[in-house]
Design a binder for this molecule. Structure first.
Ligand SMILES: [Zn+2]
Ligand SMILES: [Zn+2]
Ligand SMILES: [Zn+2]
Length: 253
């Protein structure tokens, strides 16, 4: 299995529009963060988790010629805004794009993209195949086994996903004890950490570090970072030896 970080930034990305802070003006490539998403390559299939506003740029950067399916964590726009651009894969692969989503995310995406689901669709719109999942039941995404993990994003129930010994959790700020059991034993944990100051719907750096300590993965990578977290180089120096800031383009084998 191979995992590529397509983007590691929060909803505004870094640099943030119109911000002149030291992080947004940094010349370090690791301080340029597109909106959070990962690509999983396993069993000959290529899957994405989420499809945000930087999807097109991410696919071009990584030269991705095939996407077999997209799995959604939740319907916030920084995770869904790229959906119109799946047309490229409809044309290239001559197939509808399977979207793996729970009932809540499906209903929100039907609202966000009503033209896709119109009874009389305009020619050339994205073609999708809804693959219903729930937080309760492990499923296969194009044959790749996935265990969903239920988490809370303020009051919104969202999903994390475990692929073998890699677990990916974005946009959470609470995970119930029974769901934490599903993460235990992961060698790699990818977890959101927005910034240092408290936030209503995201783990802070300290909350993420506390959870990593409790779950004891071999390695952990932090994602969905705000410019308020600080520069990649500076923050990296403060982290425990098995915890890293992810960065765009990083690949884990
Ligand atoms: Zn987000
Ligand atoms: Zn900034
Ligand atoms: Zn969100």
């Amino acid at each position: 299995m191979r995992l590529t970080f397509l983007g590691t930034g929060t909803s505004s990305g870094i640099p943030m529009i119109a911000c002149t802070c030291p992080v947004c003006t940094s010349t370090d490539a690791k301080d340029k963060r597109l909106r959070s998403s990962v690509m999983i390559e396993a069993d000959g299939k290529t899957l994405l988790v989420d499809c945000g506003p930087d999807f097109r740029q991410q696919m071009l950067r990584e030269n991705v010629t095939r996407v077999d399916g997209i799995i959604f964590t939740h319907p916030h726009k920084d995770h869904t805004a790229g959906l119109d651009d799946i047309r490229a894969y409809n044309f290239a692969l001559k197939r509808d794009m399977p979207l793996y989503l729970d009932a809540f995310t499906e209903s929100e995406i039907r609202d966000q993209y009503s033209y896709i689901f119109s009874p009389n669709p305009y020619p050339g719109i994205p073609r999708v195949k809804i693959m219903s999942i729930s937080g309760e039941t492990p499923f296969e995404a194009e044959g790749v086994p996935v265990t969903p993990i239920k988490a809370m994003h303020h009051q919104m129930p969202i999903l994390g996903f475990r692929f073998g010994d890699i677990t990916y959790i974005t946009d959470a700020n609470y995970i119930a004890p029974e769901e934490l059991e599903k993460i235990k034993g992961s060698r790699i944990l990818i977890l959101n950490a927005l910034r240092r100051e408290p936030h209503i719907s995201h783990y802070t750096l300290q909350q993420a570090l506390d959870l990593i300590k409790e779950l004891q993965p071999e390695r952990a990578y932090l994602i969905h970072l705000s410019h308020q977290m600080g520069k990649h180089e500076d923050v990296s120096k403060e982290l425990p030896e098995n915890v890293f800031l992810a960065y765009d383009g990083l690949v884990l084998q």
